[in-house]
Design a protein around this ligand. Structure first.
Ligand code: NAD
Ligand code: UFG
Length: 338
């Protein structure tokens, strides 16, 4: 089992990957500056697995720190989750997004190159497609991000493409996530963003938990079956399972660069999500909500054709919307007040 560097291993998706990799017997080094995560999450994973996880608190743009990490640990591959991910914030503070997401990734890739570590899984996003012209999206759909966050992800994808062209011994998997949510079924780790959330699931949790007054439904006049926005929600445990498959795939593929869309392959509306959440959490009163205007920059519907990842990685999402709601709610309840 090779040693793996997990950047952003304290965050939502990174922590679930850290758990899965530790359970799989890998020795791990986590690099995170904890700007959007809590160090206690790593301690929880150590308790859950009985494994020690080397945790380095620092910024991935720190080239000396990266050089030290690659010198001091015999690493075989990198899972690169670290980054900033709030779309609206990226519009207000584009330089931070390019500095962290692009600059940080380049610093990481340079350190990897210097230390002959050429296997990386990169967290990209469905936002690289922008507003879809045709559904479902496939890996060949046009790439046209409409905000600095999406552009920063596309820029890293292009850097990776150029790097593979310059040296085909690199093995790179670019994974474009659709809408990850849910939590490990233990309820011990989950999505725990610092500050005010802006994604649907963390907001549903806070409204149900009484921390927020109402859910605002951004638009009910879209060209969708019930008028509300449609997204391809994917359980974080399924998403991470695809990373484990992708890591194994990189050992056998002759392709230097592989790109996969990761979603369930179908969409659910906001109203469907609310209904499922109410059922999953056993509420006997409707979740407080109000219809609000469309959120700027939102697309009506986004979902992927999941067949490429299904066929090539022999992976398919196994959990449904109800599982995502049940697991997220369990984590929320268990972590409240901690
Ligand atoms: P997250 O914010 O929970 O995790 C990101 C982690 O990176 C955090 O722990 C944060 O502290 C760390 N980090 C940020 N800047 C850093 C820096 N300069 N140096 C070191 N660590 C730093 O986000 P997440 O939801 O777990 O997302 C993981 C990755 O997946 C991100 O790259 C994100 O852009 C991408 N992604 C997420 C989603 C989603 O909806 N959650 C969708 C598509 C893509
Ligand atoms: N929504 C509401 N009310 C809210 C929050 C969201 O109605 O309070 C709606 C949105 O309008 C949208 C749906 O719920 O129709 C999902 O919205 P999210 O904010 O949860 O997710 P997005 O699809 O906007 O974007 C997310 C991440 C991006 C990521 C993208 C990948 O925020 O970082 O998924 O598809 F890149």
């Amino acid at each position: 089992m090779g040693n793996i560097l997990v950047t952003g291993g304290g965050g939502f998706i990174g922590s679930h990957a850290t758990l899965a990799l530790a359970r799989g017997g890998h020795q791990l080094v986590v690099l995170d500056n904890f700007c959007n995560a809590k160090p206690a999450t790593i301690a929880t994973i150590e308790k859950m697995t009985g494994q020690r996880i080397t945790t380095i608190t620092g910024d991935m743009r720190d080239e000396q720190l990266l050089a030290d990490i690659f010198t001091n640990h015999k690493l075989e591959a990198v899972m690169h989750f670290a980054g900033l991910k709030a779309v609206a914030e990226s519009v207000a503070q584009p330089l931070d997004y390019f500095s962290v997401n692009v600059g940080g990734s380049i610093a990481l890739l340079r350190a990897m190159k210097n230390h002959h570590v050429k296997k990386i899984i990169f967290s990209s996003s469905a936002t690289v497609y922008g507003a879809p012209q045709q559904l479902p999206l496939t890996e060949k759909s046009p790439l046209a991000p409409i905000n600095p966050y999406g552009l920063s992800k596309l820029m890293v994808e292009q850097v990776l493409q150029n790097l593979c062209a310059s040296d085909p011994t690199w093995r790179v998997a670019t994974l474009r996530y659709f809408n990850p949510c849910g939590a490990d079924e233990s309820g011990l780790i989950g999505e725990d963003p610092l500050g005010i959330p802006n994604n649907l699931m963390p907001i549903l949790l806070k409204v149900a938990g009484g921390e927020m007054e109402k859910l605002q439904i951004y638009g009910n006049d879209y060209d969708t079956p019930d008028g509300t926005g449609v997204r391809d929600y994917i359980h974080v445990v399924d998403l991470v399972a695809a990373h484990i498959k992708a890591l194994a795939y990189l050992d056998k593929t002759k392709d230097s660069l592989s790109v996969f869309n990761l979603g369930c392959g179908h969409g659910h509306s906001v109203l469907e999500m609310v209904k499922t959440f109410e059922e999953a959490t056993g509420r006997n009163t409707p979740l407080p909500r109000l219809m609000a205007p469309r959120r700027p920059g939102d697309s009506a519907a986004v979902w992927t054709d999941a067949s490429h990842a299904n066929h090539i990685l022999q992976w398919r999402a196994s959990k449904n919307l109800k599982d995502m709601c049940v697991d997220a709610w369990r984590f929320y309840q268990q972590s409240k007040g901690k």
